[in-house]
Write a protein that binds this ligand. Structure first.
Ligand code: IPD
Ligand code: CA
Length: 275
């Protein structure tokens, strides 16, 4: 059941999430300067985790528990804790781990607080923060309070037809999933201005919020990839949803201004995106 969270509590949550994300970003960036190696592989040989992903998630978890011991936590590197407050922190310590490994500047710390259930199709995101330590950009939003990049209010592009849309997307780690994603892309690419793939779904969704992309879609994302950034792009004016008119989730995360959203949704359906 959705409980009412007062505006002042949202502000406090956002302040705390920002403090934790900035500390985690500094920690991970400092560790990166010392060099990084693959610690293990996850779902496939190319789905990697570094010790820094794990250590950064541990730091975030410690900070959350110290400040809000009754909240739940859901993290990419295994942090899972059921809380009693009705609120869950959804954490991606490093989104764009492959970029992080290669020293490419597109990776981010992503933290959201959602009202349970901790499942994207039914949660209500309350606050979201995405920090790119490589350029110091801090994207944030709170439910009903708009989205910002630093102190600048964010707004998605509007009035862009599909044929002139710059569309961000991404690919999963499993070969068979990629084959399907490539087939969809093959059909979509001739219909749009161009496509970008930067390797961090969180930053690409924030890119839509900032008007650097007109739209973003990806099949197969995990909740921590999009929890914070979906709120940010929604608060910047995007429609955000998933497959067959439903909520965003593992099948599809789609974000764009209304109008372009529906055009892209139809094009993806026609390309067999959720056949
Ligand atoms: C990945 C990134 C990437 C997306 C993948 C995600 P990770 O997250 O967001 O852009 O295409 O689907 O898994 O593994 O770097 O945390
Ligand atoms: Ca991720």
């Amino acid at each position: 059941m959705t409980r009412h969270v007062a505006s002042v509590e949202l502000d406090r949550l956002l302040d705390l999430a920002r403090d934790i994300a900035l500390e985690a970003a500094e920690f991970a960036a400092e560790a990166r300067r010392g060099g990084v190696e693959v610690a293990a592989t996850k779902s496939t040989p190319t789905d990697i985790v570094t010790a820094v992903d794990r250590d950064t998630e541990s730091l975030i978890r410690e900070r959350i528990l110290a400040a809000r011991p009754d909240d739940g936590i859901l993290g990419e590197e295994g942090a899972e804790r059921f809380g009693t407050s009705g609120l869950t922190w959804v954490v991606d310590p490093i989104d764009g781990t492959v970029n992080f490994l290669y020293g490419a500047p597109s990776w981010a710390v992503s933290i959201a607080v959602v009202e349970e259930p901790a499942e994207p199709s039914s949660w209500r995101a309350l606050v979201g923060i995405v920090v790119n330590p490589s350029n110091g950009e801090v994207y944030e939003a709170r439910a009903g309070g708009g989205a910002r990049l630093g102190s600048t209010a964010l707004h998605v592009t509007t009035g862009v037809p599909l044929g002139r849309a710059l569309v961000g997307t991404g690919f999963g780690y499993a070969a068979e999933v990629r084959r399907e994603q490539a087939a969809v892309l093959l059909a979509l690419l001739p219909q749009v201005r161009d496509v970008r793939r930067n390797g961090s779904a969180a930053l690409e969704l924030c890119g839509v919020a900032a008007g650097r992309l007109d739209a973003f879609y990806e099949h197969g994302l995990s909740p921590w990839d999009h929890a914070a950034a979906a709120l940010i792009v929604r608060e910047a004016g995007a429609r955000v949803g998933g497959a067959r008119g439903g909520a965003e989730g593992a099948e599809l995360v789609l974000a764009a201004a209304p109008g372009l959203y529906e055009e892209l949704e139809s094009a993806l359906a026609a390309a067999g995106a959720w056949a």
